[in-house]
Design a binder for this molecule. Structure first.
Ligand code: CAA
Length: 254
């Protein structure tokens, strides 16, 4: 197992544990993350999921270049499909998935972060899509998710130059939601997650799904879907509890 797993106070933490390779992702690790993620999504004990890397140098330094160097077009197709299945599972997770970026987030590492709903970075985080330096292109969603998050201009610049950007610049271009001192990254991330954990899990899940839809639905269709989901909530015990708690000046018990 190349992962360390913790479940505590409704938080499921997945730590990639390949510090010597800067947490680079080979096929086996991709499969392990995918399996764990699906387990956490089903588990009643987990409401928010963190993905992070072990050590203080790297979040994830990308796909495993040693393993990739042995690929041919057929095995590369399997490899890229597996990676994309993981990224899609993260993005479509009904529970929030947050990347805790504690160092290098290069290539596939940056792409995992991009697939997450929220990105929290340490002040030592460095981002790059350096695939072109290897004669490659991003294969786990970089060409599609990066422009949707930072806009085409910045995405073009990052992907065709392969240049590195630090946490401050990543925050400036909207690539990360927050930057914390690296020493307090995990404790701040846990505080951040508590704000989500206090809310109605069904409402959180429905919101994530609608926001995902906004990247491919026409506005009119998206609004119709939003109105339909909004109305359906009035038949839901979670919503009744939330409204009743407010009116009775008490904390909701979701
Ligand atoms: N795959 C495999 N091993 C990796 C790796 C990777 N992506 N990144 C780092 N490592 C290994 C190094 O080979 C080295 O191992 P050895 O000690 O056995 O030589 C170890 O991790 C430490 O790395 P460095 O000595 O290079 O550490 P550094 O501090 O000098 O540099 C770095 C850090 C700038 C991140 C540098 O390691 C680097 O540039 N790594 C490659 C990053 C990269 O190109 N990622 C994209 C991969 S392609 C991809 O991800 C495709 C996709 O979209 C799916």
């Amino acid at each position: 197992m190349s992962l360390k797993l913790i479940i505590k106070d409704a938080l499921g933490i997945i730590t990639i544990d390949r510090e010597k390779s800067l947490n680079a992702l080979n096929k086996q690790v991709l499969k392990e993350i995918l399996k764990t993620l699906n387990k956490f999504i089903k588990s009643n004990d987990v409401k928010v999921i963190f993905i992070t890397g072990s050590g203080d140098k790297a979040f994830i330094a990308g796909a495993d270049i040693k393993e990739m160097s042995k690929l041919d077009p057929k095995s590369a197709s399997n490899f890229v499909e597996l990676g994309q299945e993981l990224m899609n599972t993260i993005e479509n997770s009904p529970k929030p998935v947050i990347s805790i970026i504690n160092g290098y987030a290069f290539g596939g590492g940056c792409e995992i972060a991009l697939a997450c709903h929220i990105r929290l970075a340490g002040d030592n985080a460095i981002f790059a899509q350096p695939e072109v330096k290897l004669g490659l292109i991003p294969g786990w969603g970089g060409t599609q998710r990066l422009p949707r998050i930072v806009g085409k201009g910045i995405a073009n610049e990052m992907i065709i130059s392969g240049k590195q950007i630090d946490a401050k610049e990543a925050y400036r271009v909207g690539l990360v939601n927050k930057v914390y001192k690296k020493e307090t990254l995990m404790s701040e991330a846990i505080k951040f997650a508590k704000n989500i954990l206090n809310n109605g899990p069904n409402a959180v899940s429905k919101s994530l799904s609608l926001i995902n839809d906004s990247s491919f639905l026409k506005l009119e269709k998206g609004l119709k879907k939003e109105a339909k989901v909004f109305s359906s909530l009035f038949d839901n015990s979670e919503t009744k509890e939330g409204l009743d708690a407010f009116l009775n000046k008490r904390k909701a018990n979701f």
